[in-house]
Design a protein around this ligand. Structure first.
Ligand code: AMP
Length: 213
């Protein structure tokens, strides 16, 4: 099963991608997480990516494609994957289609988690991430048991630089310009499905699992 999650930053596609991965036993691949792990480990790739991420811009396709193709080569991708945050441009989507085609393969579904911009701005303002393990929480919708502390490892929670209000607005603009066209791209491929991302996490997940039946 090869799935792409679409949706604005903060639409909840990461949460849904993790739930899909757990239920169907496929890896959850988030390019954002891979970039952040590289930044944390001080790699050259991380250093390059950070310059773009901190401004709410996309990392150039060339860097992103090299990273994701390397990830697809790992054994755990043999039975498929759920992609979260990739592709984000038409060029990335085309590169993915081509690389799958070369192996006589194709994506099964692109799921758009649809949420209006106003809701996105409210959600992202409340997002907190653990500086130690990357675990994510929300002050209103998914609060940690102890305020400011990660439930998973006890680490400090902070606002990611790319979740700051000005950066959120920039990321939404970038989303509408560069990523939203993927909705039409996958519609034309006949694999687009849309779910209402304003609903409760479990209701959204129920809508998604119904798509697989
Ligand atoms: P995310 O955690 O998916 O919201 O990604 C955080 C940031 O990482 C984005 O705002 C981009 O700067 C960068 N990024 C993640 N995935 C991609 C991608 N497929 N193409 C370009 N930049 C990306």
């Amino acid at each position: 099963m090869k799935i792409v999650m679409l949706g604005a930053p903060g639409a909840g596609k990461g949460t849904q991608a993790k739930m899909i991965a757990a239920k169907y036993g496929i890896p959850h691949i988030s390019t954002g997480d891979i970039f952040r792990a590289n930044i944390k480990n001080g790699t050259e790739l991380g250093e390059k990516a950070k310059q773009y991420m901190d401004q709410g811009l996309l990392v150039p396709d060339e860097l992103t494609l090299a990273l994701i193709m390397d990830r697809f080569a790992k054994d755990d991708c043999a039975n498929g994957y759920v992609l979260d945050g990739f592709p984000r441009t038409i060029a990335q989507a085309e590169a993915l289609t081509e690389s799958l085609k070369a192996q006589n393969d194709a994506l099964d579904m692109a799921i758009d988690v649809d949420v209006p911009d106003e809701d996105i701005i409210e959600r992202m303002g409340g997002r907190r991430a653990c500086v130690a393990c990357g675990g994510t929480f929300h002050v209103l919708f998914n609060p940690p048991r102890v305020s400011g502390k990660c439930d998973l490892c006890g680490g400090e929670l902070s606002i990611r630089k790319d979740d700051l209000p000005e950066t959120v607005k920039k990321r939404l603009m970038v989303y509408h310009e560069q990523t939203q066209p993927l909705i039409d791209y996958y519609k034309a491929e006949g694999i687009l499905r849309t779910v209402d991302g304003t609903k409760d996490v479990n209701e959204v997940f129920a809508e998604i699992t119904a798509l697989f039946e």
